[in-house]
Design a protein. Sequence first.
Length: 156
Amino acid sequence: MIWAVLALLGVPLWLCAAGILALVFRNRALRKRHGDIPVRVLRPGHTRWTRGHAVWVSDVFAWRGSPAAWNEALVPAISARQRPADGSERKKLHRLGDEPVLVVLSTADGEAATVAAAAKARASLLGPFAADHTTGGGSPAVPVQTAPRDHSTGPP
């Protein structure tokens, strides 16, 4: 149907095909980036889970829906809380396995986005809020700020 409309408007079909191929290959490149997590996101105020891919950048959860969804969001999280999926959520998230991992990301403005992933992505999904296993204390793994160096005097 869309091809017929574009042809009537005089758009060459090869140009449309090139645009679609560029979109598909760009999406494939995004899925292959380091730290990529296949997720389902339930945004505040919505009832349907949106399929997409995400990555943590410091304490910001950046996700992008499938190419046809045109959904992208940056969630500046202040906390992440893992919770079990109930029966109705498991039914909607059946492609993520029998025990999907659900994480509620809270933001500074009080909104919360729920993110789901397969069980094998548990540590990745918690991102910087995952328990630090090196200390054994379960504290959040937050990067330590260091004092800026004074470069005005030159090298030591």
